[in-house]
Design a protein around this ligand. Structure first.
Ligand code: SF4
Length: 341
C-alpha cells in the first residue's frame, strides 16, 4: 500500500477555502429495508429507476478517478447499502484501489442483514463499519424504524466481532430529545462491555417529511455532561477533519464519540464530498445544487473530462451548512436516504 505522504496526487481536490477533499461517501442505492421516522414516510419514497442507478463498474471507475485526485477514504452508504446484492463485489473491486492510494473502505448500515453478510464483507476487503442504532429498547426500536428487529441488529453486531479485519465497529445513535436521554447510560455500558465505539449524532434537518425542529436536538454537550457525571471521560486526540469528538472513560474501558453538526459545526475542516446513487456529486450534505457525472460518463467522457467535473464541483463547495442561520437556512435538495450518511 502506498502511504499518502509518498503518493504523488495529480491535482488534489482543494476547494476555494483551501480544504482538501480526501473523504468520499458513495450512495450505492436509495432503497432501504427500514422506514425510520426521522428519515422517510412509512410507505417509503419513490425509488430511483434501476437504470438510473450507477452500475458496479461505473462506481469503481468514478472511485478510481477520485482516488487519483487524493481521496483516501471511501464510505459506502445508501439508503441501505446491504440491500444491493452486488455490495461484496463493489467492495472487492474498491479494495483493489489500495494499490492506488485508498486507505480505508467502510460502510454505513442499519445492521439488520449483517449476521448473514459480515463474513462476505470481510472477505471482500471491508476495513471499517458504522452501524446505525438509535435505541437498545425493542419497543422504541420498532417505533422509530417501523421494523421489529432490534434482536437481528444486535446479532449482526455480535457476528461482526468475529471479524477482526473490520475495525473499528462504530455504533451511531441519532440523539433526539425525549427519546435518547433515558438510554445514555445504557449506550455507555454498551461501549464499555463491547468492542464498539458508540457515537451520538445530533439530529439534523434531513428528514423527508421536513418535520425537524431545533427543540428536538439533544446536543452532544448535554449527553456528555450526563455521562461524565456518571463516569469521568477523557478526551482522545483526533484528526482535524474528524467529525467526532472522541472520549475514553477514565478507567480505560470503552470509547464514546459525539458528532455535533448542529451545536458545534465542523464545516471549517470538512474534507468530504458525496456521490449519489444516480451519479451526482454533492459537495455538502446540505447542498442545493449537484454536479452531474452519470450523464457525461454514459456519454463516453474520458477520465480527464470526468476529472474536470470533479475539480469544478469542488471549486464550488459550500463553506458550511446554515442550520444556525435562521431564515438563511435552506433544506437540502434531497433527503438523507437519497444522499447517504
Ligand atoms: S454540513 Fe456540509 S460543509 Fe458542513 S461538515 Fe457537513 S458536508 Fe461538510
Amino acid at each position: 500500500m502506498q502511504a499518502a505522504a509518498e503518493r504523488r496526487v495529480d491535482h488534489p481536490l482543494v476547494d476555494s477555502y483551501g480544504r482538501q477533499i480526501q473523504d468520499l461517501r458513495i450512495s450505492i442505492t436509495d432503497r432501504c429495508n427500514f422506514r425510520c421516522q426521522y428519515c422517510m414516510p412509512a410507505e417509503g419514497l419513490p425509488w430511483l429507476p434501476s437504470e438510473k442507478v450507477l452500475t458496479d463498474e461505473e462506481i469503481v471507475r468514478l472511485a478510481r478517478i477520485f482516488v487519483h485526485h487524493g481521496i483516501t477514504e471511501i464510505r459506502l452508504t445508501g439508503g441501505e447499502p446491504t440491500v444491493r446484492p452486488s455490495l461484496p463485489n463493489i467492495i472487492r473491486q474498491l479494495s483493489a484501489l489500495r494499490e492506488e492510494g485508498l486507505e480505508s473502505l467502510s460502510i454505513t448500515t442499519n445492521g439488520v442483514l449483517l449476521d448473514k453478510l459480515a463474513g462476505k464483507l470481510a472477505d471482500a476487503g471491508l476495513t471499517r463499519i458504522n452501524v446505525s442504532l438509535d435505541t437498545l429498547v425493542r419497543e422504541k426500536f420498532h417505533r422509530v424504524t417501523r421494523r421489529d428487529c432490534l434482536d437481528r441488529v444486535l446479532k449482526g453486531l455480535a457476528t461482526l466481532e468475529n471479524y477482526p479485519s473490520i475495525r473499528p465497529i462504530k455504533v451511531n445513535a441519532v440523539a433526539m430529545k425525549n427519546f435518547t436521554e433515558e438510554e445514555i447510560l445504557s449506550f455507555a455500558e454498551l461501549a464499555r462491555s463491547k468492542p464498539y465505539v458508540v457515537r451520538f449524532i445530533e439530529f439534523m434537518p434531513l428528514d423527508a417529511d421536513g418535520n425537524w425542529r431545533r427543540e428536538q436536538v439533544l446536543t452532544g454537550r448535554e449527553i456528555f455532561d450526563v455521562m461524565n457525571r456518571w463516569k469521568p471521560l477523557l478526551p482522545i486526540e483526533t484528526r482535524a477533519s474528524s467529525t467526532s469528538r472522541r472520549y475514553r472513560f477514565v478507567d480505560g474501558l470503552g470509547e464514546i464519540g459525539f458528532i455535533n453538526p448542529v451545536s458545534e459545526p465542523f464545516c471549517s475542516t470538512c474534507n468530504r464530498v458525496r456521490l449519489t446513487a444516480d451519479g451526482q456529486i454533492r459537495t455538502c450534505l446540505f447542498s442545493i445544487d449537484e454536479w452531474n457525472l452519470a450523464g457525461p460518463l454514459r456519454a463516453g467522457a474520458s477520465d480527464a473530462q470526468i476529472s474536470e467535473i470533479m475539480q469544478h464541483s469542488v471549486s464550488h463547495k459550500e463553506l458550511k451548512h446554515k442550520i444556525n442561520e435562521g431564515p438563511a437556512f435552506q433544506r437540502a435538495s434531497r433527503s438523507m436516504s437519497q444522499i447517504g450518511g
